[in-house]
Ligand binder design. Structure first.
Ligand code: ADP
Length: 162
């Protein structure tokens, strides 16, 4: 049986924390779909095409990983993909409340779907896409915290900013 997990998020942009979670989730699923929310309420810095490109490039060596954009309800997307579970990362206690609400709501929408929470490696446990963008916007060093293509794209974005 091909067990399929979906790792959803905005990934604006993908960080080594996200990659750590995707990598760990491959222990539980044969296929992990990194599902990029196309139209989140968050007004992303990178458009969907750029976010998909950066994730595809960063996961190219990882067997079993697929990258796709999605719209609409996550539980409907899982049904379309015949997927078995949602994978989310938990960095700190502060993530817990929101993640718990989402997991309970998704269960309410579809009883058959489970949410799996995984902890990242400690060196990525404070990383968020927002903090990476903030540091990069002031020219700070983000090497080792994001994949090389992401570091390049962030440098280019903020260099060309007015
Ligand atoms: P969202 O738009 O749902 O907040 P994100 O793109 O920010 O999505 O994150 C997607 C998932 O990755 C979430 O489960 C989030 O908790 C997790 N995540 C993000 N950064 C890290 C990190 N540094 N370590 C572990 N999990 C992380």
């Amino acid at each position: 049986m091909n067990r399929i997990g979906v790792c959803p998020g905005t990934f604006d942009p993908i960080t080594n924390g996200h990659l750590d979670i995707v990598n760990r989730s491959l222990k539980f699923f044969d296929t992990v779909i990194v599902a990029v929310a196309r139209n989140p309420q968050k007004a992303p810095l990178f458009d969907i095409k750029e976010r998909l490109e950066m994730i595809t490039d960063s996961t190219k060596g990882m067997t079993g990983v697929q990258v796709e954009a999605f719209d609409g309800l996550l539980v409907d997307y899982l049904k379309r993909k015949h997927a078995h579970g949602i994978i989310r990362g938990l960095r700190a206690v502060s993530d817990f409340e929101y993640e718990m609400q989402m997991a309970m709501m998704n269960r309410n929408l579809d009883q058959s779907i489970e949410t799996l929470f995984l902890m990242p490696s400690v060196e990525y446990s404070y990383l968020t896409s927002t903090i990476i963008k903030n540091v990069a916007s002031y020219g700070g060093n983000i090497e080792g915290l994001v994949p090389p293509l992401v570091a390049r794209r962030l440098r280019d974005t903020f260099r060309s900013a007015p």
